[in-house]
Design a protein around this ligand. Sequence first.
Ligand code: HEC
Ligand code: HEC
Length: 454
Amino acid sequence: MSRLAAVSIATVVTFSIVVGAHEKERLNQLIFHDQAGEFSTIAAAPTFEKNNPFFQSLGTNGRSCNSCHQASDAWTITPEHIQERFRMTRGRDPLFRTNDGSNCEGADVSTFSKAKEAYSLLLNKGLIRVELPVPANAEFAVLSTDDPYGCTSTPGTLSLYRRVLPATNLRFLSTVMWDGRENTVDQSVLQDLAQQAIDATSGHAQASTPPTQQQIAAIVAFETATYTAQIADRRAGRLDKSGGLGGALHLSRQPFFIGINDPLGNNPQGLSFDPKAFTSFAQFGLSDDDRSFGEECERRRARESIRRGEAIFNTKSFTIDNVAGLPSTSLKGNCTLCHDTPNVGDHSVAAPLNIGLADASQRTPDLPLYTLYCFSTQETIQTTDPGRAMITGKCADIGKFKGPTLRALAARPPYFHNGSAATLNDVVNFYNTRFHIGFSDQEKADLIAFLKSL
Ligand code: HEC
Ligand code: HEC
């Protein structure tokens, strides 16, 4: 029996936290269903406990970190479950607070139908309103705001609508938040996570006093000890068997340090970039330990598809043009040029990049459009979210975001910082168009099968 098979399993179908511990492994595991099969979260005991401050209300509005970071959604929140919570609690779940849950601050939520309208971005796309000030010495000014909700915020600040990032697999981060704003002086991700816990408590949970040092330490310990990944696929079966190295247990053993596989040459050990950043499925389906299974043929085909998808992600080459943040305006590369952290997929160094998702041309009518004026170039730039530029104040950083970790994707649609891709199919189509990749239908299907298995 494999090591994982010996671990006791808690199958969880509600929002409550059920912990199944195994003495030998000292490992807790949570398993949930998602659209592709099952995914699991594991955590080293004793940090995976209900009484961790991550699950406690530390502020004044009844919210905990868990209000927006739920195990059932790979530690973010999905529209499907947000809508379910809205219906079940008639909009009274603490997630639904008008400080940042509604499209406008202090929105009228006095009736069910008014509340439904006020929380439309949260309900439809899982977006939270992040209000940030334009930095004092910004190289740009906000000329005008086209705001579909007519709630143009406090002068000098912008309302940005962003997906909740997963609060798991955080040991692999090189920067915290979509715009890397939790950037403390000593540039340590652990410090940034501590600062983030303080800011989330005063912001999202509207606390008047910060959490204690002990609470902060417990939250960061929890976040950096949990691993979440797809563990089973409906068609391909277990992803950690038959040569597969999928699932959270393998992920937990994955080495990481900042720059571990940096294509721009920042590896602290001087190692060169290996574009084959994903290796979990290189041998998947090549062993024959499951010949006795029924539907053997379909299973084998599904495994082959995932294996091919991984190879496409690692090796399919295309021209990466006009991405601000890369050293050249035109580079040959593949998905792993940007998603380079081995078997995780975020950037292994902090690398804010503009792949064009906040461009005016990508705007959907439910998002505001900001017109910025850059003083030195006298250029006007329209964007739905200036991203990193709201932190640095630099025009060159407009529209830049980090590449997030790519595990347990099937459990947490929609994708991208603004939830613009409803499905992984939409993600692949975005890239296919944006970089003129020319994927065949088979390549798309394989790539999606791979992404769903992460
Ligand atoms: C109201 C919803 C909400 C609550 C409550 C909340 N978060 Fe978040 N969290 C978000 C959003 C939205 C983002 C992404 C924001 C951004 O990048 O601009 C985020 C991002 C994060 C990240 C960054 C992950 C990464 O990959 O960079 C961490 C860590 C995190 N939250 C932890 C916490 C902790 C700890 C708490 C409790 C103290 C908490 N969150 C409470 C909505 C929430
Ligand atoms: C030029 C760099 C770059 C390349 C090349 C690239 N990505 Fe991305 N990827 C990013 C960035 C940056 C983001 C976050 C963008 C945002 O949300 O604004 C992202 C986000 C994603 C997400 C969404 C993750 C989430 O949690 O929402 C997926 C999935 C993804 N990329 C898959 C791919 C695939 C598949 C390829 C190859 C076809 C690819 N990427 C190529 C930079 C890149």
